[in-house]
Design a protein. Structure first.
Length: 325
């Protein structure tokens, strides 16, 4: 256990911004090699290989509400070629993959779903997007995910060899309650496979970075977006700018709107440093307010320190803010 703890103290994470349907097929920069004949006399040592990788929202098909239903895959039934490919790569490379998201077909419904694949190639967790994106800006953009997708019912947090990871998908990032719930469950990292559009990307993403909003959570945050493609089939134009944000709210690594593979290092000791320096958890007034799980069936309200398996086993999870007393 101690060796495992030390092993994940420093983790290298890679994520891709691509235009292609499959995140692995057009990351040309990652394939470049220096010819041995041209290598400098003192070649610096290569960076450590990534132990975890993350991809974008809806990477296996065009992000179009009209075409998404025809690309739905049965993950639980083992009939998902996309998940099979991720599992093969994870096992071959011995890495953890936060597999972006794909349209998942289950019981006649369509979900926006992210699978976390372990180094053994097995699915460790599956997150269905909780908050469906709805926007109507006259003369600019109208978009309703609820016309196609069904919202998920369970937040997702999973223990991996690179730490405890919470999962959100794109629009989930706008709801800080979810991030605070993940933080209270001991998450080191939140991954948001995303696809912000041109209308909301700059307005939301730049402001969040400049205001250091993520420093409120005191953990690492990854957003992974498609690259922008002016010739895309979809009329949903992508903003791009995949980023890795540190627990101080600092931008550790970021991409523009072009295709890129971004690599950043996660130092878990930074999380404890910021929490020691600024002990927000101890200062939170939970006698006045709190963010908590509400579970149906057993009608239980999980405590802040509820066991991880208790959260996974609940039939339905909803978020609520306790009113002022």
């Amino acid at each position: 256990a101690e060796r495992a703890k030390l092993a994940c103290a420093h983790s290298v994470l890679a994520f891709c911004s691509t235009r292609s349907r499959c995140c692995s097929c057009r990351c040309r920069r990652a394939r470049r090699r220096t010819s041995p004949a041209r290598a400098p006399a003192s070649t610096p040592p290569p960076p450590p290989a990534p132990r975890s990788s993350s991809s974008r929202q809806i990477w296996n098909c065009p992000y179009s509400m009209e075409t998404l239903p025809s690309h739905g895959e049965d993950i639980d039934g083992g009939a998902s070629p996309s998940v099979s490919m991720l599992s093969e790569v994870a096992a071959r490379r011995r890495i953890t993959i936060v597999g972006g998201s794909i349209p998942e077909r289950s019981s006649g419904r369509l979900f926006n779903t992210c699978c976390v694949i372990g180094p053994d190639g097995q699915i460790k967790a599956k997150h269905r997007k909780l908050h469906l994106f709805e926007i109507d800006i006259p003369g600019d953009i109208t978009f309703r995910e609820s016309d196609t997708f069904t919202a998920g019912q369970e937040p997702t947090i999973v223990d991996t060899d690179v730490g405890r990871i919470g999962i959100g998908i794109c629009h989930d990032i706008r709801f800080p309650e979810l991030a605070m719930l993940y933080r209270s469950r001991g998450a080191h990292l939140i991954c948001y496979p995303s696809a912000f559009n041109m209308s909301t990307g700059q307005l939301l993403w730049d402001l969040m970075q400049k205001s250091r909003k993520f420093s409120w959570f005191q953990l690492f945050v990854v957003t992974c977006s498609p690259a922008r493609d002016p010739n895309a089939e979809s009329d949903y134009m992508i903003w791009g700018h995949s980023s890795l944000i540190g627990p101080f709210g600092e931008v550790i690594a970021t991409a523009g709107h072009e295709e890129a593979t971004v690599v950043g290092e996660i130092d878990h000791s930074m999380i404890q440093t910021i929490r020691d320096n600024l002990p927000l958890e101890m200062q939170r007034r939970e006698d006045l307010y709190s963010t908590h799980w509400l579970m149906s069936g057993e009608n239980l309200q999980a405590t802040r320190h509820a066991p991880l398996d208790q959260m996974h086993n609940c039939n339905e999870v909803k978020m609520a803010l306790q009113p002022w007393k």
